[in-house]
Design a protein around this ligand. Structure first.
Ligand code: ADP
Length: 494
């Protein structure tokens, strides 16, 4: 807006009309005092100031304007009778734009000057806006940096107080902070501790994690700087997202004692099951001898007792075998002896042994899904063990129902073998857990005996055949356990 200051209303009127005709917004004042009040209250792009006014003349007004910080840069055009007034004009007013127009006013010249000042005003205003935005941005960044610094300090204090070895690194894997414990294992704050020869490489695994953006978790043996001994540590590295840039924080937790205890437990399990197996094999053999020697009537009570003893010995035997398998899996020694074999033959053998051991049951076992003489490359004995396990579970957890089905279907380049029962089923949220070591569904664990390791062993066996294993169950209408095996025979067997 432009302010016109003149004590003569006619002058004001004609100037106002002239400027408004060119789309300028105009305000007016008829005295120096009125002008000063308005100038303090509003912002003007330009002031057109008559020099000769009663009470306070134009120069005084200009001097006052120059004295206020808010207005000192507002440009002024003086309207004066003669141009000799010029030397007074600069008095006390040395910033902002300044010019004069002699009376009578030449409208073209005045408009030319107004336009120039107005453009100048707009440019200055725009520059000011940019400057203000920049200042705000600088301030914001300073604040953000301060906050980040204090967060980083907080994180470092936290990591320093941890009982673990801790570090942070950027998303290229460059280590930028390590806590005090680091130096028990590495002399250099930028180099990872030395690991046991043959263990997975920390740098390589970390690199893969950084690339994928996924957290890293691995067990490694780290070498202690002082004694050179290795101890097991669990390394965990997690991304921390900060303004879409990720930094990573890592910890090494000492799990050596835990590992040693696990090893001792595995060794004990292995020795105990071996020791148990020897006398049990003798009991089994003597029971068979006794059975043959006594030549008991099939229907006699004694024959039934001998039968039951043999049944219980078989159960004990399979429990001990499971324990042995478990310790073999934990030691990575579960051997898989792959050969080409007929799948149907394996299924028949599993069904026969189940029917034999469950001759008291009224359940009918159906075989469904033709596969002809389909050949599979795998460990027949171990895969039969999986099927027998599924079937034993079906007989156990669906006892009292009418039937159980063994089904085979071909799915793309795999074969799917399912055991379908109509027993108690498994709640959906627990289905994934049944393949975990020692897991038993809580609701039913009191009603049925078991160790919770059968399905864990099955999962390991199927995994080592590159197959899949799963269960489907919609609650209490039974369960379908299945595994798939790839149909990839070795070239020389086709
Ligand atoms: P165990 O039967 O010795 O407990 P498993 O590893 O064979 O151990 O099975 C783990 C758990 O899965 C069982 O405790 C049981 O809760 C559940 N489960 C397995 N098979 C079935 C089934 N056919 N129907 C219902 N629940 C089952």
């Amino acid at each position: 807006m432009i302010l016109i200051v003149d004590d003569n209303p006619d002058n004001i009127y004609s100037l106002q009309k002239l400027l408004e005709s060119k789309n300028f917004k105009v305000d007016t004042a008829q005295s120096g005092e009125e002008a000063l009040k308005k100038i303090l209250k509003y912002n003007y792009a330009l002031i057109i100031l008559d020099v000769q006014m009663p009470d306070m003349d134009g120069f005084e007004v200009a001097e006052n304007i120059a004295g206020f910080s808010k207005t000192k840069e507002t440009p002024i055009i003086f309207l004066s009778a003669v141009n000799t007034d010029k030397r007074f004009i600069t008095k006390g007013y040395d910033s902002g734009g300044l010019d004069y127009v002699t009376k009578p006013v030449d409208p073209d010249i005045l408009l030319l000057k107004v336009k120039t000042f107005y453009r100048l005003y707009e440019q200055t205003q725009a520059l000011k806006d940019v400057q203000q935005t920049l200042e705000l941005e600088v301030e914001r960044r300073k604040q953000a940096q301060k906050e980040l610094r204090s967060k980083v300090d907080y994180l470092h204090t936290l990591l320093e107080s941890l009982p673990q070895i801790a570090f942070t690194c950027d998303n290229r894997g460059n280590i930028d902070f390590v806590n005090g414990r680091w130096f028990q294992f590495s002399d250099d704050a930028t180099i990872f501790p030395q690991t046991y020869p043959g263990d997975r490489s920390i740098a390589a695994e970390l690199h893969a994690s950084l690339q994928s953006g996924k957290p890293l978790e691995m067990e490694v043996r780290l070498k202690k700087s002082v004694c050179g001994e290795y101890s097991y540590h669990l390394l965990r590295v997690w991304p921390i997202l900060e303004n879409s840039e990720s930094n990573w924080v890592g910890t090494f937790t000492d799990i050596d004692a835990q590992k040693r205890a696990e090893k001792e437990k595995d060794e004990f399990l292995s020795i105990a099951s071996h020791e148990l197996k020897t006398p049990l094999t003798s009991i089994k053999a003597y029971m068979q001898l006794l059975d043959r020697k006594l030549k008991l009537e099939e229907e006699s009570a004694e024959a039934k007792y001998v039968n039951r003893v043999q049944g219980q010995v078989d159960k004990l035997n399979s429990l001990i075998s499971d324990l042995l398998d478990l310790s073999k899996i934990d030691n990575g020694k579960l051997l898989i002896n792959k050969k080409v074999f007929s799948l149907e033959h394996m299924i028949k053998s599993a069904i026969d042994s189940i029917i034999q051991t469950h001759d008291q049951s009224n359940m009918v076992l159906y075989r469904q899904g033709e596969i002809g003489d389909l050949l599979i490359y795998g460990d027949e004995i171990r895969l039969e063990q999986v099927l027998v396990n599924f079937l034993t579970n079906a007989y156990k957890y669906a006892a009292g129902t009418e039937k159980v089905i063994v089904d085979c279907t071909l799915v793309e380049d795999a074969v799917k073998i399912s055991v379908i029962d109509f027993g108690i089923g498994i709640p959906v949220e627990k289905q994934a857990d049944v393949f975990e070591k020692f897991y038993r569904v809580e609701e039913t664990s009191f009603d049925f005996q078991g160790l919770g390791i059968g399905l864990y062993i099955c999962a390991e066996i199927i995994r080592s055949h590159q197959g899949t294993i799963a269960v489907e169950s919609s609650g209490e209408q039974g369960a379908t356990f299945y595994f798939t095996l790839p149909l990839n025979l070795p070239v020389d067997a086709k």
